[in-house]
Design a protein around this ligand. Structure first.
Ligand code: SPD
Length: 280
């Protein structure tokens, strides 16, 4: 039977993202959130947390390449990396493409997201069992508070600032991230949509600026996220985003990426006027 079944991610401001569904592959309420994996006609398998798209087989590469390669290639030799959130494993997959990386900790609060992703999203989660990956199923807020001066790059691959991800958008959390970085370390955090999360992006940018001397927003299209246009913040003590790019490794990474390349690396930091105004 070809059911005309659609799921719509609905937002209070009248925005919706509708996908036609073939089957429901997984649906479970964990201790932290509602987790669903739907098989959709256009975007393939889609992971939803509390009803919001986290990742889809068809466009996940854009988000995961952008959160990873821009900060990692801006560091001369990232060896130790921490990913907070990101239980689907897409960011881990991209981090492991960097030959200098010796170890990567994945700190994800919800073990069921990891289990479900491994089972139903193997193209995304397929590197979670790599020997370089240390999976810590625990709250990133508590985890980061105990880490000092130990990571070259930290990636905040969080959900939106509500539910279990809320604590990952506070000044205290960002201060602890800064302390967990080595002196020339870099953090990148997803920072919502400049089109439909104006209040959130402004708040994140303001809080990060209280903590880090260098905060630079970069952008890319993510078709299945609200408004289809997304942002990340690149933060550091002393590295400015385009001052150093490891071109040798970049040339290798580019051979394996579908969105990221050296032109995208530069152009992602070129912000449209309406985004510049938001961040003023
Ligand atoms: N509105 C969705 C924002 C989700 C950002 N994180 C996605 C995690 C993918 N690894």
């Amino acid at each position: 039977m070809n059911l005309d079944l659609w799921y719509t991610e609905k937002h209070d401001d009248g925005l919706g993202i509708s996908l036609k569904v073939k089957d429901v592959l997984y649906s479970e309420k964990s201790e932290f959130q509602q987790i669903d994996i739907l098989n959709t006609h256009f975007y393939g398998k889609v992971l939803y947390l509390d009803g919001l798209v986290m990742t889809t087989e068809k466009d996940e590469f854009i988000y995961h390449e952008m959160i990873s390669h821009i900060p990692l290639l801006s560091h001369p030799e990232p060896k130790q990396v921490l990913v907070i959130g990101g239980g689907d494993g897409g960011t881990i997959r991209e981090v492991l493409k960097h030959p200098s990386v010796e170890g990567v900790v994945l700190c994800e609060i919800d073990g069921k997201v990891i289990e479900a992703s491994k089972k139903y999203l193997p193209t995304i989660a397929g590197k979670l069992d790599d020997p370089k990956v240390d999976i810590q199923v625990r709250d990133g807020v508590a985890y980061i508070a105990a880490q000092k001066n130990c990571f070259d790059v930290i990636l905040i691959d969080s959900t939106d600032p509500l539910g279990p991800g809320e604590g990952l958008f506070t000044e205290e959390f960002y201060t602890n991230v800064k302390q967990a970085l080595k002196p020339n370390g870099i953090m990148a955090a997803q920072s919502e949509s400049p089109i439909c999360n104006k209040r959130e992006i402004q708040l994140i940018y303001k809080l990060l600026n209280k903590v880090f001397p260098n905060v630079h927003t970069y952008v890319a299209p993510i078709p299945t996220y609200p408004a289809g246009y997304w942002s990340w913040c690149f933060c550091s003590n002393d590295t400015k985003p385009l001052e150093f790019i490891n071109e040798e490794i970049q040339a290798e990474i580019e051979k394996e990426t579908k969105y990221y390349n050296k032109d995208i690396h530069k152009s992602a930091f070129a912000l449209p006027n309406f985004v510049k105004e938001l961040l003023e």
